[in-house]
Design a protein around this ligand. Structure first.
Ligand SMILES: Nc1nc2c(ncn2[C@@H]2O[C@H](COP(=O)(O)OP(=O)(O)O)[C@@H](O)[C@H]2O)c(=O)[nH]1
Ligand SMILES: [Mg+2]
Length: 691
């Protein structure tokens, strides 16, 4: 009876053939791709285990990933396991490719956070856990590489609890044994619910063994902690603990299931992905406790109504298959050739690493690649009502690293622009922008590696070679003194000549004023119809001042002049204005203005002093610091900093924050810059303009 009830509410029960989706996430090198390989092997999806080191894994198969031995985009693989279908999303761990991880998290039923067994590296999990917790995604922490663990599991657990706002529940304790070199190694584990002991094998399922006597005190202690945590959410269990009654296993399993599904507790499992240790234990937990698609849709408040609804979370552009929209089906069934909301669904493909298998239909819960639905992009939902944005889809982080970029071959410019649109559609945390002020095409993203991979893709997939450089700073210049200037333009060439005569007064204005033109002509000494030409001539000269930069915060007053009834023209007055400016400006003590940004740098609190030193070392003026809203144990440091100091700042921020620090900027003001730095900039600008 209860099963039937569960089924109607949840849309499935283990073994019912339902489709569920797991995001394998965690820091770079924590072992996600190796773990996926073991999962695929353990479930019979592949006949032998490949390795990321040898470049033979199902994950990391993209050329850019293989080259660097790291995931650079989502990898998808689906398997059948005990009568259900599972899709695993192996996502990049590097913070620079984090958008893909967040996109995968948006559509998964459960997240497995894979981490290394070192308490001091746990800080690296903070941004990921924050995203998972904010979205209330049920998640398991898989403490990986337990074979090489040096720290004790209880210390690891304490460190993890520091970065998690949810209660952690250790599900296993390790069985350790002394090694010949005086150390210790983990040879198996005790399951704290079933109270059974297992010995790891180098490959395959672990062996059930007799409970080692020496583990009993630790086992009892850890089990007590597990039960106490669960009793915080279950009064029946609490009463039993108080009265010293041993709870039924079924009650413990039910509590684990319910509190996990509600994202109140986080089970912590141990294992070694690349030797299949703990992998089957993980799979069983997933099988019993992972919510079904209907529950996930409910968590996200998606409107499904039982008709076909699918959501795109990632776009891929492939040379042969064209545009692929990776989608999760939230309800109903999609069939090949079907028209949905005015869009025709062509080929439907099930990805398995780099392989794409054609399928005829995709059912609720399934993950599928739709070919050539051109209008459907990541973060959009397709239903009978057409395409609409998904309300809670993660927005890409704002860029923290920028390069200027140009096609090596000028003829490739059109090709480059087409390719850029495609790679940005694949990865919206990349962006490009044509910046008129410095005549540059800017490529913006999440770090040096992120942009290198983008450049690799342009060359490898789209055959466009590009050159990159540090972007130029949009300096300005202004004047520090005023002057009066007389200028006359006079030419006699054959027929009638050209004549214009003006007197102007130039003076500096406060920051942010821009350019003011003041017309103080009296008695028609410069006829009305020529005055706009004078202003035009002045504005022409503002595009590049004596220091080579656009001129701002200056007033030019036209107060006198002369004209000739026949020879004066708009052209001649424009010329006179130019002469006036080029003679006057160098006398006005021109000075460089550099853009100053308001910068907010965020990182774990223990890194705050180092972040402050970093900012001061880059000509920054500290404004203060505060706790980062919504981030436990994080600070935000705010400062004013020259734009020129920010181009590569993220590299240093990451190096003092275990890779997790970040920053955002907004323009604040222009500030006068003199001395050696200014001279160097003027020289470089002249060189650049001559080239
Ligand atoms: N000792 C040990 N090494 C592992 C384990 N799992 C993965 N590795 C190694 O860790 C490195 C990173 O693995 P990979 O799966 O590429 O990590 P990912 O970046 O999280 O996908 C590789 O050199 C693996 O061989 C494990 O369980 N134990
Ligand atoms: Mg990987």
């Amino acid at each position: 009876m209860t099963d039937l009830k569960t089924e109607t509410i949840t849309g499935g029960r283990p073994g019912s053939g339902a489709h569920r989706v797991v995001a394998l996430c965690g820091p770079y090198l924590s072992g996600k791709t190796s773990l996926l390989e073991s999962i695929l092997y353990a479930t019979g999806a592949i006949g032998r285990r490949g390795s990321t080191r040898a470049g033979t894994s199902i994950g990391d198969a993209a050329a850019e990933s293989r080259k660097r031995g790291m995931g650079t985009e989502i990898n998808v693989a689906s398997v059948d396991y005990l009568g259900d279908q599972w899709t695993f999303l192996d996502v990049p761990g590097s913070i620079e490719f984090q958008h893909d991880a967040f996109a995968a998290l948006a559509v998964c039923d459960v997240a497995v956070v894979v981490c290394e067994p070192s308490p001091e590296r746990v800080v690296a999990l903070a941004p990921l856990l924050k995203c998972i917790e904010d979205r209330h995604i049920p998640h398991i922490i898989f403490v990986n590489k337990i074979d090489s663990a040096e720290a004790r599991v209880r210390d690891m657990l304490a460190a993890l609890q520091n970065v998690s706002t949810r209660k952690l529940v250790l599900r296993q304790v390790p069985i350790r044994r002394p090694t010949n070199d005086g150390g210790e190694e983990t040879v198996g584990y005790v399951d704290l619910v079933s109270e059974r002991a297992y010995r790891y094998k180098s490959s395959g399922a672990s062996d059930l063994i007799e409970m080692p006597a020496e583990i009993l005190p630790r086992e009892a202690e850890a089990r007590r902690e597990l039960l106490e945590t669960l009793s915080e959410f279950d009064d029946t269990l609490l009463e039993q603990l108080i009265e010293d009654i041993a709870p039924e296993k079924s009650l413990i399993y039910r509590d684990l299931h319910d509190e996990f599904g509600a994202d109140k507790i986080v089970p912590v499992l141990l294992g070694a992905g690349d030797r299949e240790n703990g992998v089957r234990r993980l799979l069983k937990t997933l099988r019993h406790d992972t919510p079904f698609a209907a529950e996930t849709a409910k968590r996200r408040a998606l409107v499904t109504n039982g008709t076909a609804v699918t959501e795109c979370f990632k776009v891929l552009h492939q040379s042969h298959a064209g545009k692929l929209s990776l989608c999760r089906v939230w309800s109903g069934t999609l069939t090949e050739g079907q028209a949905l909301g005015g869009h025709r669904i062509g080929a439907m493909l099930r990805p398995f690493g780099q392989r794409l298998d054609k399928i005829a239909e995709a059912r609720s819960g399934e993950l599928v690649a739709l070919a050539k639905v051109e209008a459907l992009s990541a973060g959009q939902t397709l239903s009978a009502a057409g395409i609409a944005p998904s309300a809670d889809f993660p927005a890409p982080a704002s860029p923290v690293f920028i390069l200027s970029m140009a096609a090596k071959n000028r003829n490739d410019e059109v090709k480059l622009s087409g390719a850029l649109h495609k790679i940005v559609e694949e990865d919206p945390s990349l962006a490009f922008e044509a910046r008129g002020e410095t005549h540059e095409l800017l490529l913006k993203g999440q770090g040096e590696m992120h942009l290198k991979v983008a450049v690799d893709k342009l060359a490898g997939r789209y055959n466009v070679a590009v050159e990159t450089a540090t972007p130029r700073v949009a300096y300005r210049e202004t004047i520090q003194a005023g002057v009066q200037q007389h200028a006359r333009y006079k030419r006699q060439t054959g027929g009638h000549g050209q004549f214009a005569d003006i007197k102007v007064e130039i003076r500096p204005l406060p920051r942010g004023s821009g350019f003011h033109f003041v017309d103080k002509v009296v008695g028609g000494v410069v006829p009305r119809n020529f005055i706009p030409a004078v202003e035009e001539g002045l504005i022409d000269c503002l595009k590049e001042g004596p220091l080579g930069q656009p001129v701002v915060d200056i007033e030019v007053k036209l107060f006198d002049g002369q004209f000739h009834a026949v020879d004066s023209s708009e052209m001649s007055f424009k010329m006179a204005a130019r002469i006036a400016m080029s003679e006057a400006m160098p006398k006005c003590r021109p000075v460089l203005l550099e853009p100053i940004l308001k910068v907010t740098v965020a990182g774990p609190s223990e890194s705050t002093p180092r972040l402050q030193r970093l900012i001061s070392g880059r000509r920054g003026q500290l404004l203060g610091y505060d706790t980062r809203a919504g981030w436990n144990g994080w600070d935000e440091v705010s400062a004013l900093m020259p734009e020129a100091e920010i181009a590569d700042m993220i590299v240093e921020i990451r190096s003092v924050t275990q890779g997790v620090g970040t920053f955002r900027t907004e323009f604040d003001h222009l500030q006068e810059l003199s001395g050696r730095t200014a001279e160097r900039i003027v020289e470089e600008t002249k060189k650049h303009q001559a080239a």
